[in-house]
Design a protein around this ligand. Structure first.
Ligand code: F3S
Length: 387
């Protein structure tokens, strides 16, 4: 991979250890995947923030970076943490202190503590802009819905790109790798966001990392596409999909999806049939439209005693949607920020089972949060949650 004189100096350590180690990470990745050079990025989005998911191991590395003058060169946002300080009474002092420390280290490096998996609601990247984002749901949304260019970064490579302000030009940064190669024909009408998520899980399992063009979707909203992409990137490694008109005649493969596929997938990610302890909405974190929908449905209703209703959003959005938040909280629901049902310690909150409209959460909950889950559309979730 070609390096400029300036990049060589960074690589050789002339700008300190943080820059040097970042260059080592980026050049190693670039060489591995056939990049020819580093290209500037407009923003970075970092995962590896929740203490529950990363535990103690990477904290020393972050401390060393932050203490050797590592500072981000582009706007850098952070994925959710393990807790919302407003709902943290049941967590131990250690859990809270470690989480605070991790966020402090990222802040010291110049990252904004947005603590959301939907950074695109705070600032939407421009079409055609190059990014270095971790968080698979945000990556597939950025590539497929917003037309930005980002690989599915891991925590170290996204941080390294943020600290250098550049990323190697391989994978999704090259137009030739963004073309759809598989035609998916959806032969059944998808009725709600949970079915879009079920389609995503089904395709993720089938396609692994291939790029599909999906036809047969009738006017999906961006929120539907968010559920589809998040689920596809959960069950597989796909980083881009297209829902436009098929333009090519020959495909590597053609796949049909019918009603039975959607129903079987929904059943496969539903491990409970009984009343859940929690109804969780907002994976990925809710858009303003989704929050409004929840608030509209909760007017004049009350959440059942003994059941928790969580709606997760970016704190940035919560602060700008006070009217909806008031309606939801008056009904007994909680608008929770900075975290979600997967990256927090649900068991410590006394939760054994979750109902959700997110296929990604339903898929992950049994393994990552050790709780039962069921996938259902918003109206069914709220019917279960409310009197
Ligand atoms: Fe976001 Fe948590 Fe889902 S980080 S994508 S709400 S698993």
């Amino acid at each position: 991979m070609h390096l400029t004189t300036e990049e060589e100096k960074m690589y050789d350590g002339e700008y300190g250890w943080a820059c040097q180690v970042s260059m080592q990470i980026l050049t190693r990745l670039g060489d591995l995947f056939g990049a020819t050079k580093l290209i500037p990025i407009k923003s970075a989005h970092l995962s590896g923030v929740s203490y529950k998911t990363i535990s103690d191991a990477p904290i020393g590395f972050l401390e060393e970076l932050a203490n050797t003058a590592g500072h981000v060169k582009v706007g850098t946002t952070l994925n959710p943490s393990s807790l919302d300080p407003d709902y943290s009474a049941k967590f131990s002092t250690t859990q809270k202190e470690k989480q605070r420390h991790i966020i402090k280290l990222y802040r010291k490096m110049g990252a904004e503590p947005t603590l959301t998996c939907t950074p695109y609601y705070i600032e939407q990247p421009r079409q055609g802009s190059h990014l270095a984002w971790a968080e698979s749901s945000a990556v597939i949304y950025a590539n497929s819905v917003l037309g930005a260019y980002t690989n599915r970064e891991g925590s170290p490579s996204a941080l390294a790109a943020a600290l250098i302000g550049k990323t190697p030009n391989y994978g999704m940064h090259r137009s030739e790798n963004r073309q759809s190669t598989i035609l998916v024909d959806v032969e059944t009408e998808l009725k709600d966001e949970a079915e879009f998520g079920a389609l995503g899980i089904h395709l993720g399992r089938l396609l692994n990392d291939k790029n599909p063009l999906i036809k047969g979707l009738s006017k999906p909203s961006n929120d539907d596409l968010k559920q589809l992409g998040a689920a596809m990137a959960t069950a597989g490694m796909t980083t881009i999909f297209d829902t436009g008109k098929p333009t090519r005649r020959k495909w590597e493969e053609k796949v049909s999806v019918g009603r039975r596929d959607i129903e079987n997938t929904r059943e496969s990610v539903s491990t409970i049939s009984e009343q859940p302890d929690m109804v969780f909405l907002g994976c990925p974190h809710c858009s303003l439209e989704e929050l409004k929908k929840v608030a509209d449905s909760l007017k004049e209703r009350k959440v059942k005693r003994g059941l928790q209703l969580w709606i997760c959003v970016a704190r940035w959005l919560k602060e700008r949607a006070k009217g909806y938040v008031e309606i939801i909280e008056a009904a007994g629901g909680h608008v929770v920020c900075d975290t979600c049902a997967i990256v927090t310690w649900l068991r410590d909150l006394g939760i054994d089972s979750v109902m959700t409209n997110s296929a990604k959460t339903a898929y992950y909950a049994p393994t990552m949060s050790k709780v039962g889950s069921s996938l259902a559309p918003l109206r069914e979730c709220l019917k279960t949650a409310c009197l």
